[in-house]
Every structure is written in structure tokens, then in C-alpha cells.
Design a protein around this ligand. Structure first.
Ligand code: FAD
Ligand code: DHB
Length: 389
């Protein structure tokens, strides 16, 4: 078998790249380790930057997002028994859209099917080969048979635990990492959100976030220690804990319902450099991870795809390799700014016992400053709505 671009991974980055390539007449095949249902049911991000939303439009998959996604002009930070509103739109002229990653994935998969794109699900032992030369290829097993796809380029869109990054010789790659000593316990429930906007709470008992997927479905999180077990968290315990971390007014207003999903996610910052190795490119979580506090993971996957797609289109349409040659440097510049922002949001909003009393005082000063200074709020807002591509 032969194609122009083999994409490893059918998450948002692989699907979005695949659709843009297909629309531009560039052949591609996606190899996905998991089943379609498994990929579709993974609950993850929920906040889209305008730049990502525009890319979904460009890929021809934006209609449902524009119809049922919720544009948000601002959010609140709860701190010291009060909610402070941050008006993103007033500060930046931009807004974000609440639209779940599961919906983005569904829209992209539907479009791929409608436009004849090939995805091979449950492809086992996917392996990229010879990407340091001119004739790369990828092998995989399906139903016990080994297959080979020859190609021009390989896009590693296979997430943090994928095979692409692991296939690069150790000496060719540098990695930078910070692991945080806590996680997020998140639930989904079908109930009206406590507020029509998101609330990020800094509380002595730990961070809490009240997000949503729609005006009838909430996505709430609380900071927990890494050794917490999900079995120890009944719904009642979760609802009690999140209410304790909010100002009284919001806590009293909060409506509860049985959870339909509950899980604990660790927090990590991670960057691999570079993001290109000959004819293999890394995009999205395969190349970098941010802690979720700034809602940047999914949006960074989209900006990587922007640069990679533009480079590949230029290569095929104009015979120029300038775009792909610049991909790693360009993508990493934006990645590091999102790493910095996500780290800052995490530091500023979580309980950090290892930072001691001094750290806590600094955190308070940081939040006080934020609500006294338009300049500080603007800096937060322009990062939250997404830096330009
Ligand atoms: P992924 O979504 O990880 O997709 C990679 C795909 O590759 C998967 O389908 C996987 O099955 C496949 N794959 C892996 N290995 C192989 C292989 N060897 N062969 C073939 N296929 C393979 N971001 C936010 O902004 N907000 C959030 O609230 C948020 N919550 C998150 C919660 C969790 C538990 C996690 C893990 C991430 C969360 N993120 C969040 C981050 C966000 O979901 C990711 O940044 C986003 O999914 C990245 O998309 P991706 O396509 O690069 O990678
Ligand atoms: C969500 C996750 C985030 O990390 C965030 O900052 C905002 C919203 C969410 O899952 O809805």
C-alpha cells in the first residue's frame, strides 16, 4: 500500500490534520490503535480558542460547533469568599467556545467518513521506519496480518503514550518535564451549571473548577492528592467537597445530580524538542503535555496542525520545503508560551503545600494584583483566548 502521509493516531490532532490534507487533495491514511468507540468516548477537553474554532470551519466541520457550542465572553476566579469576573471579550476582543472534545472528535470522524478518508482502527504494533531517509514506511498488524504502508511523510499524532516519539533515537531528542504532586478528580453530570460561565476557585482546601459541556451538563473538577482512589469518592463526597471550595453564594446555588463519569487525571508539563525527525513529525500530545488548568492541550494540538498542514500543503503545491523545515521551531515557540501560561495558572490556583507559607503569600499577592491591575488581567486574558498562530 502507498499513500502520501501516514498519520499515526486518530485523536483531534490526527483527525484535523487528516481532514485538512484530504480537502487539499493530499492522500493520507490514519492508523489508530484503539477502536472507534473507545476514541469517541474518551472525555477530555472542553474549551476551544477562536483560532481552533476557525480551523474546524476551514476543515468543513464547524457547523455543529457554531450551532450548539457556547461562546463564553469571560470566566470567574473565586478567591477569599468572592468571585472576580475576568471579561475576556472586553480585554481582548475575543471569546472562547465551550464545545467538548468528544463532539469535535465526532464531527471530524463523520466528515472523514463522508469524504472517503481511510482510518484503520485497532491497528496493533504500529511502527514508523526509515524516516531519516527519503523512503519512510509504517508497519502495523491487523487481525494477525502484518501490513506495510509506504509514504512521503509520517505524522505522529499518537498522544503522550504513542509510539512515534519513542521511535526516535534517544540522542536526537531532548525532553523537559515537570510532574505536579496532585491530580484532578473530574465528574460529568446532567444538571444545570452553577453559573453560565466557568468558575476557577483557589481555596485553602485546594483548587476547584466548575465547567460545563452545555447548559444541562456540568464538568466539575477538584484538586486531589495523587494517591487518592476513585473508589473512595462517592458522588456525595465529591459534591460536598466542591461546595466547600466555592464562595457561599455559589455553593448554596449549586445543583447536584448523579455523576455519569468520574475519573482522576494526573497533571504534567512536558515538551520534546525538536518536533521533526527527518520525515517524521510530532504533533499534539505526542510532542508536549500541559497541565489542564489553562485549557490549552487541545488548542495546542490544533496550532501544531496549523503549522504542519501549511508546511505539507506548500511542499505538495509549490514544491517548497520551507514550511516543513520551519515546523518544529514555529510550533515550539507557541508551545512554550502555552507551557508557561498553563504552569502559571496551575501555580496560581492550586494548593501547593511544598511551597510553604511564603509560596501561599506570593499566591495571594498574585491574585490581589490580578484584580487590581487591568494590565495583569489583560496578560491572563490574551493567553487564555489563545495567542496568535
Ligand atoms: P490524543 O487525544 O491523545 O490522541 C492520540 C491518539 O493516538 C489516540 O486515539 C490513541 O489511541 C492513539 N494512539 C496512541 N498510541 C498509538 C499507537 N501506538 N498506534 C496507533 N495509535 C495510537 N485538555 C484541555 O485543554 N482541557 C482538559 O480538560 C483536558 N482534560 C484532559 C484529561 C485527560 C485524562 C487527558 C489525558 C488529557 C486532557 N486534556 C485536556 C488534554 C487534551 O485532551 C489533549 O491535549 C488532546 O487530546 C490532544 O490531542 P491529540 O490528538 O494530540 O492526542
Ligand atoms: C475544562 C477543562 C479545563 O482544564 C479548563 O481550564 C476549563 C474547562 C473542561 O473540561 O471543561
Amino acid at each position: 500500500m502507498r499513500t502520501q502521509v501516514v498519520i499515526i493516531g486518530s485523536g483531534p490532532s490526527g483527525l484535523l490534520l487528516g481532514q485538512l490534507l484530504t480537502n487539499a487533495g493530499i492522500d493520507n491514511i490514519i492508523l489508530e490503535r484503539a477502536s472507534k468507540d473507545y476514541v469517541l468516548n474518551r472525555i477530555r477537553a472542553g474549551v476551544l480558542e477562536e483560532g481552533m474554532a476557525d480551523m474546524l470551519d476551514e476543515a468543513g466541520v464547524g457547523a455543529r460547533m457554531r450551532e450548539i457550542g457556547l461562546p463564553h465572553d469571560g470566566f470567574e476566579i473565586a478567591f477569599d469568599e468572592r468571585c472576580h469576573r475576568l471579561d475576556l471579550h472586553e480585554l481582548t476582543g475575543k471569546r472562547v467556545i465551550i464545545y467538548g472534545q468528544t463532539e469535535v472528535t465526532q464531527d471530524l470522524m463523520d466528515k472523514r467518513e463522508a469524504t472517503g478518508g481511510v482510518t484503520i482502527y485497532e491497528a496493533a504494533n504500529v511502527e514508523p521506519h526509515d524516516f531519516d531517509g527519503d523512503k519512510p514506511y509504517v508497519t502495523y498488524e491487523k487481525d494477525g496480518v502484518t501490513h506495510r504502508i509506504d509514504c512521503d511523510f509520517i505524522a505522529g499524532c499518537d498522544g503522550y503514550h504513542g509510539v512515534s516519539r519513542r521511535s526516535v533515537p534517544e540522542k536526537a531528542i531532548a525532553t523537559y518535564e515537570r510532574i505536579y504532586p496532585f491530580g484532578w478528580l473530574g465528574i460529568i453530570a446532567d444538571v444545570e451549571p452553577v453559573s453560565h460561565e466557568l468558575i476557577y476557585a483557589n481555596h485553602p482546601r485546594g483548587f476547584a473548577l466548575c465547567s460545563m459541556r452545555s447548559m444541562t451538563r456540568i464538568r466539575y473538577y477538584v484538586q486531589v492528592a495523587l494517591d487518592e482512589k476513585i473508589e473512595d469518592w462517592s458522588d456525595d463526597r465529591f459534591w460536598d467537597e466542591i461546595r466547600r471550595r466555592l464562595p457561599r453564594e455559589q455553593a448554596e446555588r449549586m445543583k447536584t445530580a448523579p455523576s455519569i463519569e468520574k475519573s482522576i487525571a494526573p497533571l504534567r508539563s512536558f515538551v520534546a524538542e525538536p518536533l521533526r525527525f527527518g520525515r517524521l513529525f510530532l504533533a499534539g500530545d505526542a510532542g508536549h503535555i500541559v497541565p489542564p488548568t489553562g485549557a490549552k492541550g487541545l488548542n495546542l494540538a490544533a496550532s501544531d496542525v496549523r503549522y504542519l498542514f501549511d508546511g505539507l500543503r506548500e511542499y505538495y503545491a509549490e514544491g517548497s520545503s520551507a514550511g516543513i523545515d520551519n515546523y518544529s521551531q514555529k510550533a515550539l515557540q507557541r508551545v512554550w508560551k502555552a507551557e508557561r501560561f498553563s504552569w502559571w495558572m496551575t501555580q496560581t490556583l492550586h494548593r501547593l503545600p511544598e511551597e510553604g507559607a511564603f509560596g501561599q503569600k506570593i499566591q495571594h499577592a498574585e491574585l490581589d494584583y490580578l484584580f487590581e491591575s487591568v494590565a495583569a488581567r489583560t496578560a491572563l486574558a490574551e493567553n487564555y483566548v489563545g495567542l496568535p498562530y
